[in-house]
Design a protein around this ligand. Sequence first.
Ligand code: GTP
Ligand code: MG
Length: 524
Amino acid sequence: MTKKHETTPSADQAQPQHAEQQEETSQSSIDATIERILAADDTSRQRGVLDERARELSSVEVEHADTDGEQYDLFERRSLRRVEGLSTELEDITEVEYRQLRLERVVLAGIYVGGQSAEAEHSLRELAALAETAGSTVLDGFLQKKSTPDPGTFFGSGKAEQIREAVAEVGADTVIVDSELAPSQRRGLEDIVKVKVIDRTGLILDIFAQHAQSREGKAQVELAQLEYLLPRLRGWGDSMSRQAGGQVGGAGAGMGSRGPGETKIELDRRRINQRMAKLRREIANMKPAREAKRANRRRNAVPSVAIAGYTNAGKSSLLNRLTDAGVLVENALFATLDPTVRKASTPDGIGYTLSDTVGFVRALPTQLVEAFRSTLEEVADADLILHVVDASHPEPEGQIAAVRQVLADVEAHEVDEIIVLNKADAAEWDVVERIRRREPHTVLVSARTGEGVEELKELISQSIPRPNVPLELLVPYADGDIVSRLHAEDVEILSTTYTEEGTQLSVRVRPEMTADLAKYQVTA
Ligand SMILES: Nc1nc2c(ncn2[C@@H]2O[C@H](COP(=O)(O)OP(=O)(O)OP(=O)(O)O)[C@@H](O)[C@H]2O)c(=O)[nH]1
Ligand SMILES: [Mg+2]
């Protein structure tokens, strides 16, 4: 199935293309005129969109803060980077296509509705960053003004033809479209541009597949990929006749269209469904272990703080800064997929857990949100969310909105949230001011330099549930270990006085501790 362009076009297949052309010509001539007028604008737009480096990846060389640790994973990951021009051919593409996109030299393309070109450019630059993260070289980018996507080829055959020319000119082997394409649009476009076409969702899934490490993460990504792939199996649906080798003639693609191709596709489809059911079971089986851990934390009333935010905002760097965890930090999108939970404590010694999560992105594929639901639900369960925002980005508002959308999807929108404006060392002041005006709880930090981190720790300390049962204790000197325990555990010690009978303490503890301390209790 690698040889997608070798199949002889059947009458059946030619039909929709023909219809599409008709539709195209029957579109009002006003459209054509507008297109012509825009053409001038378009040529300037076609080049230049990607002249600036993709903003989503920071433009400064990656430096690591001391707190970032040894970054062994990074070395490993780099050493596995795709090498341009080398690729592994795999035979049974219906089975492996979804993990092996073989992106090498790519051309990007997107459409925008009138008046939203800035937004579309932004999105296309982000797409470039995603493509780079996936290991490909971005050669060119196009934006087309179009209010509704063409049902057959997404761009319309005229524009698709231009893309084909550009692809041929720069020698690209893949076109990445900045939207989610319907399976038929992807096929329609591939037939014109003559190289592989993938969409934003497929690209993000590919990055996730490259970065997944844990058994659970891998299973989650594979499930999302299969879900995405299922309706996209080549030969499924309208192009069934290609599978039958073009033997099906005439308009009636009814009974006669049942050929060997369909059987093969049905088989694949059944196998994929079985695999998906198995993955769902596996993921469900992994959940109890994580839930047990979480329940344990709950029982011990350890407050939990979740770090969430747009991809590359600096979540892992912040976790490292707050805990010395040595978690992988990379100037790449979706560096972290596997949630990491670390212990941390407030300046006055109240312990809490801090967890790093998968980054979010505009239009995070729904298949991924679904597959990662169990992971993301940990965020919903937290006592506090540190929503990390890249303050060196010119317009982080869109990112904040995208993150909140995902948080709402997993019902985490009611958890207390602190907006952590990170990368203070590289921030634009007007951006910082703008966000501070809009958001009630913000703090400006730099995970790299450590600036503002003390203030953030203080804010966390005030925002997590604190021990809240006041007790007056008198502990005989013989029971000195109790006093050390009070110091070691999550107890707020308000005052200590030494009397003849023992140490007198005024404390606040968590409810679970009151039973143990009952025998030392005195009335104030
Ligand atoms: N200038 C500057 N760069 C920073 C700061 N914090 C993080 N970075 C850089 O931003 C990039 C992304 O950092 P990460 O901590 O990996 O970001 P993340 O949010 O965990 O990213 P994903 O896991 O990919 O979603 C890295 O190149 C960091 O070195 C900061 O305070 N200032
Ligand atoms: Mg990370």
